[in-house]
Design a protein around this ligand. Structure first.
Ligand SMILES: Cc1cc2nc3c(=O)[nH]c(=O)nc-3n(C[C@H](O)[C@H](O)[C@H](O)COP(=O)(O)OP(=O)(O)OC[C@H]3O[C@@H](n4cnc5c(N)ncnc54)[C@H](O)[C@@H]3O)c2cc1C
Length: 480
């Protein structure tokens, strides 16, 4: 019997698991995919927003501001790539000028620190590549960029290290409420628990309905992106926004924490988790971005991708006990700024459990740290020392990003090992460079085969069903 069953291992479910793992509780985290962070959490703008955008008094405002402060501490503690690069919201006309001043005031009301209004001269001094049509900007110094998948992974990994059971490839299919407990049926088994925290992202409405009545509806909204090579990574040093509209924060141009440039997203209704990109969507993104940063060189594009927002039929985040099922807590409709707000949302779930009378006794030996080797960031001496201890650090697998076999082997020994080529990419950055895995995918596949004792036909690019090879009896490379 579990005290708490968490459904969904995105940034929200992983944050809940992390905070609950501090206490003497029996907790299970159920995830339908073969990896943590494989839903919306892996495909977004990767901004830890400062908190000037959500309207005063909303849950989004409260949890964005607190969540972004927590994110800074968590990323430092758990060795997650994070950089407080600051953001600018640009204004190009009188209407925008009013919006920029309104956002400044809203930010102050929300408790955001480090806000300033910049004039044209100040903007261009800081960001010379911005269009000379700009008139005014809000500068938010506390805005940051992060590796979203590593953030979720680090939280989930720490939770597992502290005793949370993670059950991947477990899709929740049915929930039965008995008097005191829930029976949660997945495609792999049945889990009995006293409380459920629903963090199922795009499918949170279905989880609620499995347990009780329909209370809200998720209305997916897709956003498409360009990811440009590091050659464009210094085009701007802040995250550059335009003024927000009813459909979102608009198209941004931003450095990424990995040194690339990201441009996007648009906003369009979509079906479930359809993350395909379209020529129309990308053309819109490209044209819109030129208004703020006209000279982005899109010939340096190395990848297009899309993420899907879990918008709901309510305007704010849904953060409450189900109205029809006792002991089920919904964290749903977590659109942007959900990545920023996640740890704060998780703390709210912990408070709810406390309010329910759950005894939260802190563990005596809670492990609250995480480190991983980033070979290319080491000094020459450190590299030599490491190679002496473990020669696999001397074999470079991904040339674009200088990722070594040692780093991949380390990832495979961690509490949540990768099971696919993209799983290795999310943990070690192998395949994230200019050639996007053209060179190293085969070598990563070889390592996965060797270490996980897999047949080549079982090597996955990413999710279940994404087998890289369907047949290699017909003259393919028999090493893979
Ligand atoms: C285009 C775009 C840009 C964004 N930009 C930003 C940004 O810059 N900053 C920011 O703060 N926020 C941003 N967001 C929002 C942010 O990405 C999300 O709020 C956040 O990732 C939501 O996390 P989550 O854990 O709720 O959902 P998810 O990451 O989707 O996790 C839900 C998990 O539940 C699992 N699941 C679903 N159904 C079941 C089931 N039946 N059984 C078991 N598991 C199940 C899924 O597989 C998934 O892993 C953006 C979103 C998009 C789409």
């Amino acid at each position: 019997m579990y005290d708490v069953i968490i459904i969904g291992a995105g940034i929200v479910g992983s944050s809940v698991a992390y905070y609950l793992s501090r206490y003497d509780l029996k907790v299970v985290l159920l995830e339908k995919d073969n990896d943590v962070s494989n839903g919306t959490t892996k495909a977004n703008s990767a901004i830890i927003h400062a908190g000037y955008d959500p309207e005063e008094g909303t849950l989004m405002a409260k949890h964005n501001v607190r969540g972004s402060r927590l994110a800074k501490q968590l990323c430092e503690k758990l060795d997650v790539p994070y950089k407080q690069c600051g953001a600018m919201v640009l204004g190009f006309d009188e209407e925008d000028e009013k919006t920029v001043r309104m956002l400044y005031q809203r930010g102050l009301n929300n408790g955001v620190e480090g806000l300033e209004i910049l004039n044209k001269e100040q903007i261009l001094e800081k960001e010379p590549q911005i269009s000379s049509e700009v008139r005014i900007a809000l500068l938010a110094k506390t805005s940051a960029i992060v590796s979203p998948w590593e953030y979720a992974l680090a939280l989930a990994e720490t939770a597992v290290r502290n005793g949370v059971e993670l059950k991947l490839n477990n899709e929740v299919k049915a929930i039965k409420k008995t008097d005191e407990t829930f029976l949660v049926t997945t495609d792999k088994g049945i889990y009995e628990g006293k409380y459920i925290i629903n963090c199922a992202g795009l499918y949170a409405d279905r989880i609620q309905e499995m347990a009780g009545e329909k209370e809200f509806e998720i209305r997916p909204s897709r956003g498409q992106y360009y990811l440009l090579d590091k050659a464009e990574g210094k085009r701007c040093t802040h995250t550059i926004f335009q003024c927000p509209s009813k459909v979102g924060k608009g198209v941004l141009v931003s450095p990424t924490v990995h040194g690339n440039l990201i441009v996007g997203p648009n906003a369009e209704e979509s079906e479930n988790d359809d993350t395909s990109t379209t020529m129309g969507g990308l053309a819109f993104v490209k044209a819109a971005s030129r208004k703020s940063v006209p000279n982005v060189d899109f010939r340096e594009n190395i990848r297009n991708f899309a993420g899907v927002r879990a918008r709901s039929d309510r305007s704010d985040f849904i953060l409450e006990e189900s109205r029809s099922v006792k002991n089920l807590f919904n964290i749903a409709g977590i659109k942007s700024p959900g990545l920023s707000a996640a740890p704060s949302l998780a703390l709210e779930a912990v408070e709810w459990l406390k309010g329910k009378g759950v005894v939260l006794t802190e563990k005596e030996h809670f492990i609250d740290e995480r480190k991983r080797v980033r070979f290319k960031e080491l000094s020459g001496e450190e590299k030599q020392e490491l190679i002496r201890k473990e020669p696999a650090y001397g074999r470079v697998i991904c040339r674009c990003e200088t990722i070594t076999e040692g780093e991949i082997l380390d990832a495979l020994k961690r509490p949540i090992p990768p099971v696919s080529i993209d799983g290795v990419k999310r943990r070690c950055n192998a395949g994230m460079g200019r050639c996007q895995g053209g060179f190293c995918s085969e070598r990563v596949a070889d390592i996965l085969m060797r270490e996980l004792h897999l047949n080549g036909l079982n090597i996955l690019q990413d999710k279940e069903g994404s087998n890289v090879l369907l047949d290699y009896s017909k003259g393919g490379n028999s090493n893979v």
